[in-house]
Design a protein around this ligand. Structure first.
Ligand SMILES: [Cu+2]
Length: 193
């Protein structure tokens, strides 16, 4: 925990200097020590795919996908910069993969909860990896939940201090949407089919 926090503060300092020297830091590089076979072939598009059954989606979250945000990303995205939109009542099947020796986890929470150091429990029943506060390393796990309420949520890392450091993607549960869609950064949202 202390090491993680220390790491985060160093990362914040580095991030500030990177902003003043845009050419100085390459976010596309990989973090060493990853068990790469755990996520071979997985891309950012795997954050949201059609599910195996109607009215469901498949979400693959890879923690430490690359070096962006010092590894505290899902499939390369952090700070809610990938936005998953799912119609209310659809089932969300999540595969969580952490190829790194640093613990991470995944939990569905209300968007403002990402500002907290610790997220107590998933907002929707079943919506977290086991022992999300402890996290898990070098492995894969699955969970499912069905959001029965519209609103702005997040799929966040539940390891203490990671969400507040940006380790989360946004999840909008929509009463209006008829299909699932995903938006990366400033790009237009695209339907998932
Ligand atoms: Cu994390």
């Amino acid at each position: 925990m202390f090491r993680t926090l220390a790491c985060f503060f160093v990362a914040s300092t580095l991030s500030l200097s990177a902003q003043t020297q845009p050419s100085g830091h390459d976010h596309s590089q990989e973090i060493p020590g990853l068990k790469k076979e755990l996520f071979t072939g997985i891309t950012a598009d795997d954050l949201l795919r059609p599910g195996a059954t109607p009215n469901s989606v498949k979400v693959v979250l890879v923690a430490t996908f690359n070096a962006a945000n010092y590894g505290m990303n899902f499939n390369g995205y952090s700070h809610g910069k990938a936005v998953l939109t799912v119609p209310v009542g659809w089932k969300v099947d999540v595969t969580f993969i952490n190829p790194s020796p640093i613990p991470h986890s995944a939990i569905v929470c209300e968007k403002p909860e990402t500002k907290k150091l610790q997220i107590a429990e998933p907002y929707f029943e079943g919506g977290a990896t086991r022992k999300h506060i402890m996290g898990q390393t070098m492995g894969k796990s699955e969970f499912s939940f069905t959001p029965n309420e519209a609103g702005e949520f997040a799929l966040a890392c539940g390891f203490p201090s990671h969400a507040v450091a940006g380790h989360w993607v946004a999840l909008n549960v929509s009463a209006e949407a008829k299909v699932a869609s995903i938006q990366f950064g400033d790009q237009p949202a695209k339907e998932v089919k």
